[in-house]
Design a protein. Sequence first.
Length: 424
Amino acid sequence: MSQKLQSVRGMNDILPDDALRREWLETQAAKCLRSYGYLPIQTPIVEPTPLFSRAIGEATDIVEKEMYSFTDALNGEPLTLRPEGTAGCARAVIQHGLANQHTLRLYYMGAMFRHERPQKGRYRQFHQIGAEAFGFPGPDVDAEQILLLARLWKELGVSLTLSINSLGQSEERTRHRKDLIAYLEKHEASLDEDARRRLYSNPLRIFDSKNQTTQAICADAPELPAYLGEASHAHFADVTLILQDEGVPFTVNPRMVRGLDYYNLTVFEWITNDLGAQGTVAAGGRYDGLVEQLGGKPTPACGFAIGVERLLELVGQNNTDETPDIYVVHQGEGEGARTLAFRAAEQLRDAGYRVILHCGGGSFKSQMKKADGSGANYAILIGGDEVAAKAALVKPLRDKEREQELVKLADLSHHFNNFTHRKN
């Protein structure tokens, strides 16, 4: 007996109802992004492995244990399914000379891959909507991206809280890192296993520990804001000033860190309490050194990514009405009824209506049962008499007070225009 084939664990099929909701969400997000001047870009799902190890950081969880990496059987090239979108976007900007433009705003949507333990809100194949702005050195674009997301949440009808922080510049983080390691070394015996593993490779990530003992130790650890210089403080102050002026509430979290090494200065997270442990719905920040790190010229940059699966959990149901306007029923000897049915359906689609043409044969009774079940407001019936009259019988399915009418095929679109609205 052959093995039953199923999707890979943590990589889920997206069935029609969910796919429609995703399309609706992506349409709303693209509309919002375009209103801020962002343009679409699409990058490959597979990228060279060194792109991510150089961009994200060798000591990050993503690179150490979460990437789907393999060797190309034809040329031996190390390849990886993309675990995030920023690195590939920066690579494309460099490769195609887009960094030569003074400023550039880009957005993308698509699947990402991380080898994690699947759970609600965290999957091995997941989807992100991301945006990246290149060539903007000041704090205004940081604030603008946060405002963009605040607008999107409002349009989607979801409530999220904003946490922000500044990671300063690399030399400031280096001083903090040295003192943080020295402090944690004094408590090394009490740290959990994961924290001890990260002590010298990525000590900032220890702040994310869920272990209560480790959390208690971190409570008295030196905080990064105390190590920031005047320029870093001024940049962050300007970001917060813009948010205050625009009425966007936020909390400064001095212990916020991101799981990717390329961030500097502003970082932010939009969080909910309605999804359990997977509470971060969107996150981002500034990464001024990444383009140069990947071989391009120095280019300031800032971006964010939205977790589509998590956001859809919050959005719930929406007004994506995909029911047809009209269902065409036909039956008769020869090809006359079928020909007229196709002609009627195409004419109504030309006029902007959603039309289902019955396929597969069957009696008028069985076809009408399907017409009623489709949710359509009207059925069009075409049989021998209608073929002879070059007309169609229009039957209301929901409005019981309206009588059915025989309408000439040439007048069909005009007939519906008088009392219906197009959905598409």
